[in-house]
Design a protein around this ligand. Structure first.
Ligand code: PLP
Length: 386
C-alpha cells in the first residue's frame, strides 16, 4: 500500500455517506442499537464498534486505519496529546516494582513523567546514552520491563540503533516504546524494525498547521487492545470527531509537507554550514554527524528540526541574534507550516530543570514551509548584527 493511497482512500467508506470525498464529522457521542442482542454483540468489541465516543467514534476510526497503515502497525489509538499517548502507553505496560531504561534527554514531559508520576508508584528508571547499544545491555536488570527510545531526540538529535536495541530487548523479554515524533511515519517506521509500540505527538508534523493538539499510539492488535481496554479508557484520552477531522485533512498533504520541509531544511543548513559565525550544527543528516550512517540506515530523510551553536561569548549575543529574526517566529513547539526559533537560553536564566544540561548558546530551529531564500535572508541579516 503506498502512502498516497493510504492518505487519500484507505478507511473511507464513501458509499455510507453520500459519496462525500471529505469524511463526515460524526459528533454524536452515543450510538443506538436495534436490539439488546445487537447491543451486546457490539459491546463485546468496543475497540471496533461505535457505542460511546470516548471509545470508538466513526470519524476517529477512519484516522486510526490510516495512521496504522502509514506506520506499518496493525492498529492505532488517537489521543488528546502526545504526552497522553506516552503516559498511556507506558502505564499500560508496567507494574509496581518494575524498572525502565530510557535514553538521555528525552522529551521533557517524558522525563518528568518517569521521574515524578511513575516513580511515585514504585517504578524506577535508568537513563543511558542511547548512542551505544552496549549501554542498554549494561543497564538491564532482572526487573527491567520497558525500554523507552526517542530517535532522534528533539534538541540535539541523538539516535539509537533501533534494530540492535530491539534485538537485545526481545532476547530479554523487554517491551520497547519509541517516540517517533521527529521523523514522523513518513521518514521512519520503527514498528517495521521490531519496536513494539510507537508514539507520536500528532501536534507536530502530522497536524502540521499549529492548530491541533493530539497524540498517537501505534502497535500490534495485542498491545492496542490491552491499552484501549485499560488506560485509554480509564484516563479518558480520546479526541473529538472535530479534532480527528482536522487530522484527516492534514494527512492529505502529510507526505508532501514532510518532503518539502526536508528539502527546505537541507537548503538552509547548506547555507549555515559555510557561515563563519556558526560554530556547530546538530542535524541527523549532516555528513559530519558521527551518527550520519545510522541516520541514513533507519530514516529515509531528516525532518525540519535542527540546532546550532554560534560563535558567541555570552547569552546576550544569542538574544540579540534571535530578537533580530523576523521570518522565524520566536516560539516553542515545532512541526507546523511556520518556521520557528527556540534559544535554550530562554530557560537557562531561570534555571529551568529541562534546560540546565544544555549550554546557553544552543539554538533550535524548526523549518516550515517558508521559501528557503526568505529564511536565509532573515538568518543572514540577524547574523550580521552579532
Ligand atoms: C511535543 C512533543 C511531545 C508531546 O506532544 P504534545 O502533543 O505536545 O503533548 C512528545 N514528544 C516529543 C518529541 C515532542 O516534541
Amino acid at each position: 500500500m503506498n502512502q498516497t493511497y493510504i492518505t487519500n482512500h484507505l478507511g473511507e467508506d464513501r458509499e455510507n455517506y453520500y459519496g462525500a470525498v471529505s469524511p463526515p464529522i460524526i459528533n454524536s457521542i452515543n450510538f443506538a442499537f436495534d436490539s439488546v442482542n445487537q447491543m451486546r454483540d457490539n459491546m463485546r468489541d468496543e475497540l471496533n464498534h461505535s457505542i460511546y465516543s470516548s471509545g470508538c467514534n466513526p470519524t476517529v476510526a477512519i484516522l486510526r486505519k490510516k495512521i496504522a497503515a502509514l506506520a506499518g502497525g496493525e492498529d492505532a489509538l488517537i489521543l488528546n496529546s502526545g504526552s497522553t499517548a506516552m503516559v498511556t502507553a507506558i502505564l499500560s505496560n508496567i507494574e509496581y516494582g518494575d524498572h525502565i531504561i530510557c535514553v538521555d534527554n528525552p522529551y521533557f514531559n517524558t522525563k518528568k513523567l518517569l521521574d515524578g508520576t511513575i516513580k511515585k508508584f514504585g517504578v524506577t528508571t535508568s537513563y543511558i546514552d542511547g548512542k551505544d547499544v552496549a549501554n542498554f545491555e549494561k543497564a538491564i536488570k532482572p526487573n527491567t520491563k520497558l525500554i523507552i527510545l526517542e530517535s532522534p531526540t528533539s534538541i540535539t538529535f541523538e539516535m539509537q540503533d533501533i534494530e540492535a536495541v530491539v534485538k537485545l530487548a526481545k532476547a530479554n523479554n523487554i517491551i520497547t516504546i519509541m517516540d517517533n515524533s521527529y521523523a514522523s511515519p513518513i521518514f521512519q517506521k520503527p514498528l517495521k524494525l521490531g519496536v513494539d509500540i510507537t508514539i507520536h505527538s500528532a501536534t507536530k508534523y502530522l497536524a502540521g498547521h499549529s492548530d491541533v493538539i493530539a497524540g498517537i499510539i501505534i502497535s500490534s492488535n495485542k498491545y492496542i487492545k490491552k491499552i484501549f481496554q485499560n488506560e485509554f479508557s480509564t484516563f479518558g484520552g480520546a479526541i473529538s470527531a472535530n479534532t480527528a477531522w482536522l487530522l484527516l485533512r492534514s494527512l492529505r498533504t502529510f507526505s508532501l509537507r514532510m518532503n518539502h520541509i526536508s528539502q527546505n531544511t537541507e537548503t538552509v543548513i547548506a547555507w549555515l554550514k559555510n557561515h563563519p559565525k556558526v560554530k556547530q550544527i546538530y542535524y541527523p543528516f549532516d555528513k559530519n554527524n558521527l551518527q550520519y550512517d545510522l541516520a541514513k540506515k533507519q530514516m529515509t530523510k531528516a525532518s525540519g528540526l535542527f540546532s546550532l551553536k554560534l560563535k558567541v561569548e555570552n547569552a546576550r549575543e544569542v538574544e540579540r541574534f534571535v530578537n533580530a529574526l523576523q521570518t522565524f517566529h520566536l516560539a516553542v513547539s515545532w512541526g507546523g507550516h511556520e518556521s520557528l526559533v527556540f534559544p535554550l537560553c530562554v530557560l537557562a536564566a531561570d534555571k529551568h530543570e529541562f534546560c540546565c544540561k544544555f549550554s546557553f548558546d544552543l539554538i533550535r530551529f524548526s523549518i516550515g514551509l517558508d521559501e528557503p531564500d526568505d529564511l536565509i535572508e532573515d538568518l543572514d541579516r540577524a547574523l550580521s548584527i552579532i
